[in-house]
Design a protein around this ligand. Structure first.
Ligand code: BES
Ligand code: ZN
Ligand code: ZN
Length: 479
């Protein structure tokens, strides 16, 4: 595959430049964005075909445009049952990008587009490519292979998160979902602790237990600990980061039952948990210098004679009591137990939670942009900036003090859902904040972008793996 620009020649490699004559003076290929032209059996080179992909105007080329281009090429090959592809990288200087970020984007688009979710189809029409290679002349060997290794790690974690999210809810009830994470993580250099129902009870984690009360598959909490020990460095010097992921394997709403339209999509309510598990795997493989701990509460929010009721008052791990005014606002309940536990036991320097928390966030920002909340503007800015570079777009939303009023209960310390739905993403974040105290913390509401109803340029329909590249990049920037 050769990417082509509308206005200037972006290849300086003579071998590639020499192939450009195939598309010179061709009326139906001008190199405009998403344009495509395939030349079959090109004379003089060892390939069955050359695919040219348009990038549009050179000044408009950015990282996402490159991801889309290689993504498109890979998808096209999959559709045509082609088993391998080589793509030629442009000269970074000619598209005003630095070399590592250009290569990263090209490789990410190709790797991520090569993922299909067809485990449940008998008729597997298409297979992923067996091999994708990059042809480039302006990268030095070692730096390049480090870069490729890093991208493979982060993208394979992204794919892992997608697979968990797309998995049907009957196959990932809490017991099985936790086992599946365990299986993926045990091969890595990560310590695993599983808190079963009994242990949750002993620890008085009333919120997690209340949300899980209606399901035959009992609630659990998984703790994944990547404890970096650098030679010569005392471990006290290593910062501790806690990542918390909402793991509701299916959200029926509970007694405040959701309506039936789109209910099948509520299998994705564990996308935060999937992302956190996948991030930990990436972090362990990349040997990140921080101690990073993933805390993953896993429950199924179901309806039964034992399910929690609206009006119930529960005692959370922190000691604060909560009146459950809506059983469908379950995510914030499991998160506050997990976060309070993490703060008490690990005293993190930084905590980030990822959660498909509110429909209101999707109303505010649409399906492709996540909401970021943090009392520390520098932290939310760092996340937004990381998201700009990975194209996991985030937008900072406010946490106004006076809105806290809406979470006051007449009968308990707090209620879990405000009386009306206005500003629902904000009131949810304010509820969480009440349990976080002074810990440096950000909450990312991924209810929109965690799941795609339609396939994207380098992602099939279903789980998107949103958050994996984002958080790895955020931590990299903080190093
Ligand atoms: N899991 C949902 C949020 C959600 C909605 C995720 C749409 C993905 C797509 C969450 O548990 C929920 O139901 N939130 C309620 C809160 C309300 C009852 C205060 C909501 O957003 O309506
Ligand atoms: Zn809910
Ligand atoms: Zn939910």
């Amino acid at each position: 595959m050769i990417p082509v620009c509308e206005d200037v020649d972006i290849h300086s490699d003579p071998a590639v430049a020499g192939l450009m004559h195939f598309v010179e003076n061709i009326s139906d290929f001008k190199g405009s964005k998403e344009d495509e032209f395939i030349f079959h059996r090109p004379l003089g080179i060892q390939a069955d075909r050359i695919m040219f992909i348009g990038l549009g105007k050179s000044e408009k080329i950015d990282a996402e445009c490159l991801r889309r281009a290689t993504g498109k090429a890979v998808k096209e090959c999959i559709r045509k049952n082609i088993e391998d592809m080589v793509f030629c990288s442009p000269d970074a200087g000619k598209i005003s990008m630095n070399l590592p970020s250009m290569l990263t984007s090209l490789l990410e688009g190709a790797y991520l587009a090569n993922h299909l979710f067809d485990h449940y189809k008998q008729d597997k029409k298409n297979r992923p490519l067996k091999e994708i290679a990059v042809y480039t002349n302006n990268a030095d060997g070692q730096a390049f292979s480090d870069l490729v290794g890093r991208i493979e790690t982060v993208c394979s974690s992204t794919v892992m998160a997608r697979e968990w999210v797309s998995m049907p809810p009957n196959e990932k009830r809490p017991d099985r979902f936790v086992r599946s994470i365990h299986k993926a993580v045990e091969k890595e250099n990560i310590n695993i602790t599983l808190l079963d129902e009994q242990t949750l009870r002993k620890n008085r984690m009333g919120a997690i237990l209340a949300v899980g009360a209606g399901s035959r598959s009992r609630p659990r909490m998984l703790i994944l600990d990547h404890h970096a020990r650098k030679k010569g460095k005392k471990s006290e010097n290593i910062k501790t980061v806690v990542l918390v992921g909402k793991g509701v394997t299916f959200d029926s709403g509970g007694i405040n039952l959701k309506s039936s339209s789109g209910l099948e999509d509520m299998k994705m309510d564990m996308a935060g948990a999937a992302a956190v598990a996948a991030i930990l795997i990436a972090i362990a493989r990349l040997k990140v210098v921080y101690r990073v701990i993933g805390v993953i509460p896993v429950v199924e929010n179901m309806v039964s004679g034992d399910a929690s009721r609206p009006g119930d008052i529960i005692r959370t791990y922190s000691g604060k009591t909560v009146e459950i005014t809506n059983t469908d606002a379950e995510g914030r309940l499991i998160l506050v137990d997990a976060m309070a536990y993490a703060i008490k036991n690990y005293k993190p320097d930084l905590m980030i939670d990822l959660a498909t928390l509110t429909g209101a966030c999707v109303v505010a920002l649409g399906e492709k942009i996540a909401g970021v909340f943090s009392p520390d503007p520098a932290l939310s800015e760092a996340i937004v900036a990381a998201g700009e570079s990975t194209h996991e777009r985030c937008w900072a939303l406010p946490m106004p003090d006076d809105y806290k009023e809406m979470m006051k209960s007449d009968f308990a310390d707090m209620k879990n859902a405000a009386a009306n739905r206005w500003g629902g993403a904000i009131t949810a974040a304010l509820f969480l904040a009440d349990f976080v105290g002074t810990t440096r913390w950000a909450h990312i509401d991924i209810a929109g972008p965690a799941y795609a109803r339609k396939e994207g340029p380098y992602c099939p329909a279903g789980g998107t793996g949103f958050g994996v590249r984002l958080v790895v990049e955020t931590l990299r920037r903080l190093t």
